[in-house]
Write a protein that binds this ligand. Structure first.
Ligand SMILES: NC(=O)NCCC(=O)O
Ligand SMILES: [Zn+2]
Ligand SMILES: [Zn+2]
Length: 486
């Protein structure tokens, strides 16, 4: 069976052009004019773009004494409804600390539920010989990225020596480290200070995580990655201090990537000062929302290329779960949602305002991350041979974001009331229509696949070669030119 997407404008990260797209057996088989197929999807007055890739989600993740309420089924359905056809979820080791068991646990949770494709990042939350050994198994299993939390002291946080050891192991294995950059020691002290001063509400969350703690950690992680000889990806970059560290590193020739979230681009710190406790607590996430000045910096970074990817860090807790921290902001489970609305919010606030071109929109929502994570051009491309993960994007379709009508099972939405233009008319996952606006298509849980991402030795090898060429070395001198000792 063939499907033709007809009459649209194909938009990729580097160009836009009028063409039909023909799909068969999960793949794009032809792009051109006047194509026909067994089934036709109308793309007139619309763009045909690669499906969105959200590289940062935490579905059903055990965290802060509870478990993120968004399930693999509801999260991937919400993703499809918003034009996202692949997400990368974080595997956390359980009490036994085993990476292998964590991946197997994530497989068990996800496999019968996922409606679109997924991949994993593996979290490194400690350091020992078993972890060192298991990292190879993880990479061979198709997970080439390892996340390190520099915050969440007493829980997920790792120390610098552990990070350095793990980064060096990543370099050997052709893997890439990721970091959550915040100075966890300082955050922990600031939390106690504000609690002692009687600041117990969600505003304390923002006060205890100022941009400086993020900037310091970003600089430290960059220095450690450089010493280990490995590229680095910094998740949820929220402020100028961290962005500046990335800019400086890139200017020095280091492969450092930065991922702002759509929430940080569009919501600011005033959300935490709302008089309604639930409203403010629902927006508690780390790092917190910042001022407009930081937001402008993040947008500019996307334009300049110093930041490459827009993600969501979808880690959604119900209002009931947020209320665990009613008397103490440090107990509010950290995390917000965004998976369903990332593309439409970014289109409305980015492309519609002229901050981003449609091509840049495609780059930061799909193509760049597919390249960074080594699954391009299978994903992130409109090209013959690529998976037919495609979105017919209707720039004229509009809606008001409302929790009441969302596919996510969370009882609120941090973008509630946002008027957005730009929505998927159709979302195709490997050629199958998994979302069709105005109809009742709903994808079958379990149809999604795990996408292995092999080791990517090239950037690591290039870096090692350069490091070897430029390493400090002994100067051999003619003994005649060495003054004799006195
Ligand atoms: N970001 C957040 O607040 N929660 C999810 C876990 C993390 O990424 O730090
Ligand atoms: Zn994080
Ligand atoms: Zn996260």
């Amino acid at each position: 069976m063939t499907t033709v997407i007809k009459g649209g404008t194909v938009v990729t990260a580097d160009r836009s052009y009028k063409a039909d797209v023909l799909v068969e057996n999960e793949k794009i088989i032809e792009i051109g004019e006047n194509l026909t197929g067994d089934e036709t999807l109308d793309a007139s007055d619309a763009y045909v773009i690669p499906g969105g890739i959200d590289p940062h989600t935490h579905l059903e993740m055990p965290f802060m004494g509870t478990t993120a309420a968004e399930t693999f089924a509801s999260g991937t359905y919400a993703a499809a409804a918003g034009g996202t056809t692949m997400l990368v979820d974080f595997c956390l080791p359980g009490e036994d600390g085993s990476l292998k068991n964590a991946i197997e646990a994530w497989d068990r949770k996800s496999k019968d539920q996922i409606c679109v494709d997924i991949s994993y990042h593996m979290a490194i939350t400690g350091w020992n010989e078993t972890i060192f050994d298991e990292m190879k198994w993880v990479v061979d299993r198709g997970v080439n990225t390892f996340k390190h939390f520099m915050a969440y002291k007493g829980a997920l946080m790792v120390q610098d020596d552990e990070m350095f050891a793990s980064f060096k192991r990543c370099a050997e294995l052709g893997a890439m480290p990721l970091v959550h950059a915040e100075n966890g020691d300082v955050v922990a002290e600031l939390q106690q200070k504000y609690l002692a001063e009687g600041v117990t509400g969600p505003e304390g969350h923002a006060y205890s995580r100022p941009p400086e703690v993020e900037g310091e950690a970003a600089n430290r992680a960059i220095m450690i990655a450089d010493a280990a000889g490995v590229p680095l990806y910094i998740v949820h970059v929220s402020c100028e201090q961290a962005h500046e560290a990335i800019r400086r590193a890139r200017q020095k020739g280091m492969r450092v990537y930065g991922e702002p979230l759509v929430q940080h681009l569009t919501l600011d710190e005033s959300e935490y000062f709302d008089k309604d406790w639930d409203y403010a607590a629902r927006r508690v996430m780390s790092p917190p929302f910042r001022s407009k000045l930081h937001q402008d910096g993040l947008w500019n970074g996307l334009i300049a290329g110093s930041l490459q990817v827009v993600a969501t860090d979808h880690c959604a807790f119900s209002t009931e779960q947020k209320r665990f921290g009613l008397n103490d902001f440090t107990q509010i489970p950290n995390g917000t949602g965004g998976l369903e609305d990332r593309l439409s919010v970014l289109w409305s606030r980015g492309v519609e305002t002229g901050r981003l071109t449609p091509e840049e929109f495609v780059a930061v929502t799909s193509t760049n991350i597919a390249k960074i994570l080594n699954c391009y051009p299978r994903k992130g491309a409109v090209a013959v041979g690529a998976d037919a993960d495609l979105v017919v994007w209707d720039p004229k379709a509009s809606k008001t974001i409302q929790a009441a009508t969302q596919k996510s099972i969370i009882d609120y939405n941090v973008f509630e009331g946002f008027e957005v233009n730009g929505l998927p008319r159709y979302t195709l996952s490997r050629g199958e229509v998994v979302w069709s606006a105005g109809s009742n298509v709903s994808p079958k849980p379990g149809r999604g696949k795990f996408i292995p991402r092999p080791a990517f030795p090239a950037p690591n090898q290039a870096l090692s070669k350069w490091k070897a060429l430029t390493a400090p070395r002994r100067i051999d001198r003619d003994p005649l030119n060495i003054p004799s000792g006195v």
